[in-house]
Design a protein around this ligand. Sequence first.
Ligand SMILES: Nc1nc2c(ncn2[C@@H]2O[C@H](COP(=O)(O)OP(=O)(O)OP(=O)(O)O)[C@@H](O)[C@H]2O)c(=O)[nH]1
Ligand SMILES: [Zn+2]
Length: 219
Amino acid sequence: MDFAENDDDIFTGKEHTPLREDAFAISPEEKMERIERHFAEIMHTLGLDMADDSLKDSPKRVAKMYVHEIFGGLLPENKPKISTFSNKYKYRQMLVEKDISVYSFCEHHFLPIIGKAHVAYISNGEVIGLSKINRIVDYYARRPQVQERLTMQVVDAMKEALGTKDVACIIEAKHLCVNCRGIKDTASSTITAELSGIFRTNPITRQEFLHYVNIGSLI
Ligand SMILES: Nc1nc2c(ncn2[C@@H]2O[C@H](COP(=O)(O)OP(=O)(O)OP(=O)(O)O)[C@@H](O)[C@H]2O)c(=O)[nH]1
Ligand SMILES: [Zn+2]
């Protein structure tokens, strides 16, 4: 199954990211031009000398970074193409892709969320290439996010790609908006878990997953 067939999910709200209906009415190039202009205004307002040779290209750098790098998961064309294979070898146990790097951005402060995701599933006849699990996490991370939504989006995408309900995702991450400003608690981190199918209903399966990912020593 080609997961990227469902590019319109981003429009229907199925992916839950709060986007306007006209989010894609302007091209990525136009988005970069507008962000460059607005970011230059922010820097100017802060009193920075925009003629300084180190600062003058920063609005352009930020615009490119927003549209194509850290928020590249807002562009449906970046949705990973997920091909699955049939489970010919009849592996019936859990598969865990652990310690997947998460680089996301808090939608309240636009500061980094840095951590690890652990994703597990039990095959219902299809298997997925391992790297595609990392790609799914990366795609949904590269948006302004809350950690709860990111965790659920990863599980939804895996369920859709694999045609199974037996999927789980745990994310443990540090939110720089908590660590480096506001309350400035550098020690705390946030854990979210979305457990679906047998991971929710069977405590032994859930325990096996938790055992493999050894929660508490992730970062
Ligand atoms: N539930 C949830 N909250 C988040 C996440 N990332 C950041 N936040 C919180 O979002 C909240 C925004 O709260 P506000 O009171 O509107 O913002 P603020 O005045 O800057 O809050 P402080 O961080 O407490 O200074 C803060 O408590 C953040 O810690 C997340 O992924 N999930
Ligand atoms: Zn924040």
